[in-house]
Design a protein around this ligand. Structure first.
Ligand SMILES: Cc1cc2nc3c(=O)[nH]c(=O)nc-3n(C[C@H](O)[C@H](O)[C@H](O)COP(=O)(O)OP(=O)(O)OC[C@H]3O[C@@H](n4cnc5c(N)ncnc54)[C@H](O)[C@@H]3O)c2cc1C
Length: 471
């Protein structure tokens, strides 16, 4: 690909400064110019690959001087087109993948300092190495990286107990849009000295600067983990079951996932393994996990007995070994892959107040049935924190392309209902480029004005990930 003279000069200068590994052509890194579901394709002048915070600062400073757009990318697993664009001029992609050192693991402080390019699974393993838990857990944990997790404020299966990525972060180091290094890698639990820049950068999706490292919170590792797959009569019963179990087992429920049998059908349809935890498989299941002191399994089993008596669950299987636990989670984590293989007409990563979740599911399902009763809905997700993946698929055997003109109608219908139910249409994946219109439509006017003012103040030249989050 031929570069325009400004990009070519920038590339030459950076190659000199960062060395031969410090910059690559888009042809060398094709995976970085697409999004995981292949919904978005992007282009770029080149990929900068700094290996230190000083080198990141140099890349940002030079891009700012050349007024060249810059997009940070960590693992590239984001699902909202946050790191891909076809807009002109072609941006520089700043890959954090060479910034992959764990700088410190401090069990006494329950803190770990990781550079932005460290893979989430490696952080979990480093924490386990000092007998601690880093609880952020997503199906993409083998490839997403800490910089991306914080920039998208990732959620995942343990949000119910431990919070989102934001709640797990004590401090960040970042490069601001003019190349200034912000050294906020404090491990403090209390620090009220002025504005908290950390919380602006978390969830900013690369629009306010580049996160280069983070101080992360660690927790005690549970002595015992108990996992069960339960049949529940309805989403309302699932919510009631959560409230029933909480006081009985204590504050130890880390995951509470709702699973629609449609996800299980998709495993079969796409030829993926589908070991059935229950026979027959119910329309609605819950995958619940508790972790804590020895005896937590007994506490869960006795609470479940009472739940069966109360009619909140009708069948169940409790994992008897770590292997059985992993098998249950593998089913849950494989469903998104089957979804992708089937091909959604429209995906919706939404959240509503937990108490209104059953109402939302009932209303959305009835409205979609009225629109087109042949559409298939796979509704699953992190019910314990009100976050659902409410995804809509074409009928079996029909390609989504044939229904493409229905996509906007379906999305609007679902998102309007989310809004009416006091929810969010971007629960854990963020805004990226996919939901810029939604943020404008449903976002609070005061919030949008403050966001635009902040963006203009911190990034007056507009070089940081232009077109993402804000137009
Ligand atoms: C199979 C699968 C399952 C998933 N499950 C979940 C889930 O349960 N919960 C969930 O929340 N998400 C989930 N995701 C989405 C995705 O994995 C998360 O959003 C993840 O946090 C993104 O991390 P990443 O390193 O891949 O970020 P990237 O995709 O590289 O980037 C995400 C955004 O952050 C910006 N960015 C990246 N790095 C930096 C940085 N260092 N500084 C500033 N900005 C930066 C990018 O420009 C982009 O806008 C899933 C994705 C897949 C493919």
């Amino acid at each position: 690909m031929s570069l325009n003279p400004a990009s070519a000069a920038l590339l030459d200068g950076l190659r000199e400064r960062l060395g031969p590994n410090g910059a690559r052509t888009p042809e060398d890194e094709p995976g970085l110019f697409r999004e995981d579901r292949d919904r978005y394709r992007g282009h770029g002048a080149f990929v900068a690959r700094p290996a230190s915070t000083a080198e990141v600062a140099e890349v940002v400073r030079r891009c700012a001087e050349a007024r060249t757009p810059l997009i940070p990318v960590s693992g590239g697993t984001g699902l909202v087109g946050g790191h891909v664009t076809m807009a002109e001029p072609a941006p520089v992609l700043l890959s954090l993948q060479r910034m992959n050192r764990i700088r410190a693991v401090d069990a006494a402080d329950n803190a770990l300092i990781a550079e932005a390019g460290v893979i989430l699974k490696d952080v979990q393993d480093a924490a386990a190495g000092v007998d601690r838990l880093f609880p952020l857990s997503l199906a993409s944990e083998g490839s997403c990286r800490i910089g991306g997790n914080l920039s998208s404020n990732a959620g995942g299966v343990n949000t119910l107990r431990y919070g989102n990525a934001r709640d797990l972060c004590l401090g960040v180091e970042a490069v601001l849009p003019d190349g200034t290094v912000f050294n906020g890698l404090k491990r403090l639990r209390k620090d009220n000295m002025g504005y908290d820049l950390r919380h602006l950068l978390i969830g900013a999706e690369g629009t306010l600067g580049v996160i280069t490292a983070a101080a992360l919170k660690l927790f005690p590792r549970p002595a015992e983990t108990a996992t069960a797959w339960l049949a529940v009569p309805s989403p309302q019963a699932a919510v009631d079951l959560l409230h029933f179990l909480r006081p009985r087992v204590g504050d130890v429920i880390s995951a509470f996932e709702l699973i629609d049998v449609v996800g299980f059908d998709f495993l079969a349809e796409t030829g993926m393994p589908k070991p059935a935890p229950l026979d027959p498989m119910p329309k609605w299941s819950v995958l619940v996990e508790c972790g804590g002191r020895a005896g937590v399994g007994e506490a869960l089993e006795s609470a479940l007995e009472a739940a069966f008596e109360a009619g909140l669950a009708t069948d169940g299987a409790v994992a008897q070994s770590a292997q059985q636990r992993d098998a249950l989670w593998t089913i849950r984590e494989t469903i998104p892959l089957a979804n992708r293989a089937v091909g959604a007409l429209s995906n919706h990563d939404i959240s509503v107040p937990v108490a209104r979740l059953p109402e939302f599911i009932d209303k959305a399902t009835a409205a979609l049935n009225r629109l087109d009763p042949t559409l298939r809905i796979n509704c699953f997700g992190h019910v314990g924190d009100g976050n659902l993946h409410y995804n809509v698929y074409p009928p079996r055997g029909r390609d989504k392309a044939a229904l493409g003109n229905r996509r906007d109608e379906v999305k609007r219908l679902v998102h309007d209902l989310v809004h009416e139910t006091e929810g969010s249409v971007g629960a854990e994946h963020g805004v990226g480029r996919a939901k810029v219109d939604d943020l404008e439509r449903y976002g609070d006017a005061g919030l949008l004005a403050a966001m635009r003012a902040l963006k203009a103040a911190l990034d007056p030249a507009g070089i940081m990930n232009p077109g993402a989050v804000l137009r």
